[in-house]
Design a binder for this molecule. Sequence first.
Ligand code: HEM
Length: 549
Amino acid sequence: MDGARSGNQTAGSTRREPAGTGEKVADWADGRLGLYGLAKANMRKVFPDHWSFMLGEICLYSFLILILTGIYLTLFFEPSGVEVIYHGSYVPLNGVPMTRAYESTLDISFDVRGGLLIRQIHHWAALVFVTGMLVHMMRVFFTGAFRKPRELNWLFGWTLLFLGIITGLTGYSLPDDLLSGTGIRFADGAILSVPIVGTYLSFFLFGGEFPGHDIISRLFPVHVLLLPGIMLGLVVAHLILVFYHKHTQYPGPGRDQKTVVGMPFLPVYMAKAGGFFFLVFGVLAFMGGIASINPVWAFGPYRPDLVTTGAQPDWYLGFSEGLIRVMPGWELNFWGHTLELGVFIPFSLFPLLLLALGLYPFLEAWITGDKREHHILDRPRNMPVRTGLGAAWLALYAVLLIGGGNDIVATHLHLSINSITWFVRVSFFVAPVVAFLVTKRVCMGLQRKDRDKVLHGRESGTIKRLPHGEFVEVHEPLAQDQLFTLTQHEQNPPYEIGPLVDANGVRRPVKPRQRVRARLARVMFGTESHIPKPTVQEYRELTSGDHHH
Ligand code: HEM
């Protein structure tokens, strides 16, 4: 009798009939990989449930769909800059010179079975993937899920977002149609603006002067192998860390830093996740089937001397386009060199904008000095400054997106493109501040509402007339679990420098960074940023007497 079978018997099985094929395969694998032990330790792991935890799954499934559809496209796409004359099924382009890359994209769209559908699913999946990542990241941001011990996983995720955007850029540059060539031209302009090395970098990338014949064949391995390979590794690491740290959960009764309330991984979570994968696949296939995206045949092949109006990058790069479009065309000339600030400043701001978000968890950890682990999520309203900063970042992103589509906005809304540009220039500075202040106020209002609810109960909708004629609404006390949810959050005093002179009256040295930290801590956690939650005494005083109507 082999080890696996005896393991089965010691597990208390009383069944005597011979093992089925599935069991035999499982035993075989267990004998070599130790699967039973692994499964026993992990398969019943509890996962908390909340709709917002599905956002990460949307990223995962759209990434898988991207890989599956990408493999199919790779079978037919030819990344070649060789010039050919088109004689394929799309008659309007008959006799037009183009690269083999563009020709093979037309072939995929018109001659390969299912080719157009797969191309469209691939493109829609890319849009959903990046959207999913951004929304998932904002969920993690607003709930503080990035706090210890998840800072590394935040960085893994952030890198995925950055690489996802770059992978998208390399992908839509491949077909070599007029739109994609315009995108590469844009990237070339940005590279050329880099002081001193810009021209060299451009020549190096394009194998000579733009556009050359090499760029498609160079972007191809980057798009289909290098970036997806790195991303796949990062996704696996990301998920292993989610498993290892265990998922965070929203505050509620029975949940604390040590106890997770939810459903077991197998079968409940797996069944849900499996179903959800097919749902995401179904929706993407439906979109790919009915909604045209990137109809490259309508744009024609790339020619450096042409550009269409309405040329847009995919939405996630719209903000970098917006930065460039609204920036004044500043230029410095000295010693025979030109510094193209009108392009270089926005080009540098683009990664900085993303970097600000990536580094935020470390800034917050430094300000709080909190070294504890956090497995219970914050309710965004209880962290008004953080929530406000997130809203400000999103507002800036949205404003720049408008800037990136200024021609589309102008033609669709019959507005002057110059007014839109000025609107975006002003909003670039104003919108984030307004978004921050409004969001912070809303959060404070919601905190006040929570406090009132705890102390005075829920409005029941029942109106009562008192003996002296006054009408009052009856308030019902909250249930214990609601009281817990509304009051479980911590309200720690902010970091302070302490007395500036010690007990002997000697001045204590205070470093500038301590001052900055204390100042930021006051802004984030001081009295201006929270409504004190009710104390037990306040609650008892109000609820013991006849204070409830
Ligand atoms: C390929 C892209 C990504 C995939 C496939 C992915 C997948 C997932 C999944 C399935 C989860 C668990 C469910 C959930 O909390 O939604 C998760 C959690 C997490 N993700 Fe991502 N994610 C991606 C990108 C990102 C990005 C862009 C960030 C942030 C910069 C991020 C940060 C996190 C963090 C910190 C957690 C732990 C959250 C918690 O335990 O509450 N992820 N991710």
